[in-house]
Write a protein of this length. Structure first.
Length: 260
């Protein structure tokens, strides 16, 4: 360990940062299970630390995507209209129960399990879901799409605040259905941009609740910031027909890990 930095956590942060930057997927869906299952970190600490890690990491990714013009701020605003109030309400619930209480731990564990299950189902049946939802959304008005985007944001706000999972795999898949004409790189960029305020608010709330390990957070950031800078930079240069299989492959790997 050098200057308080654990190289194992730094390498883990680098790997996840590379995935997040190029696909918008992988932060909570990979990092939280990794911390809990591989490193044996307490679920509450894993969620709280991962949220701040994700927020600080995605600031860099958002800046790179915005520089290249690959963020649709209309989509980002719509998601935030739903997610920010939902995140604040979720934090108030956790605070009411007490961060170290059995009830709070049960809610975190249950929500994490539900979020991972939803992610796995989304990944396994992704093609079928996109096809069916695409038919349902065919011809939908702009107002309907806007309302559904806000609802999606609210659902993500609850899932992400309590479990740190959902903003990437679930959010990106639904956004692909709601905005099928948008280039995949703009969906990724918008998803990352929305994750910044959501994860920072949720992470700050968990910090207030006392469930953040700052030594582990620093080690993760040392690896993840360079990783997301590199991959975000190249993501804007990769054409859709190349980036779409990368996104699909990443989702499949995560889904296989979570489901089996």
């Amino acid at each position: 360990m050098l200057y308080g930095i654990d190289p194992v956590f730094a390498i883990s942060g680098l790997a996840v940062g590379l995935l997040v930057g190029i696909t918008g997927v992988g932060g909570g869906s990979l990092m939280t299970p990794l911390l809990v299952l591989v490193f044996g970190i307490h679920p509450a600490t894993a969620v709280g630390t991962d949220l701040l890690y994700a927020g600080l990491t995605k600031i860099t990714g958002c800046a790179v995507h915005a520089y290249h013009g690959s963020v649709d701020w209309r989509i980002t605003r719509r998601l935030a209209y739903g997610s920010v109030p939902a995140a604040l309400l979720s934090l108030l619930l956790l605070a009411h129960l007490g961060s170290g209480s059995q009830a709070s731990g049960g809610i975190i564990s249950t929500t994490l399990g539900i979020a991972l299950l939803l992610t796995a189902v989304t990944l396994i049946f992704r093609k079928a879901l996109l096809a069916r939802l695409g038919r349902l959304m065919d011809g939908a008005s702009e107002q309907t799409i806007g309302v559904l985007t806000i609802v999606l944001g609210a659902v993500l706000g609850v899932l992400v605040t309590i479990s740190s999972v959902g903003a990437g795999a679930i959010g990106a898949t639904v956004l692909l259905t709601l905005y099928p004409k948008s280039p995949i790189v703009r969906i990724v960029g918008s998803d990352i941009a929305h994750a910044v305020p959501l994860t920072l608010i949720a992470g700050a709330g968990h910090w207030w609740l006392g469930s953040v390990d700052f030594h582990m957070l620093l080690s993760l950031l040392v690896g993840s910031i360079p990783g997301i800078m590199i991959s975000s930079h190249f993501a804007s240069r990769v054409p859709d027909h190349v980036l779409r299989p990368i996104l699909a492959g990443t989702l499949a790997v995560v889904g296989g890990r979570l489901a089996f």
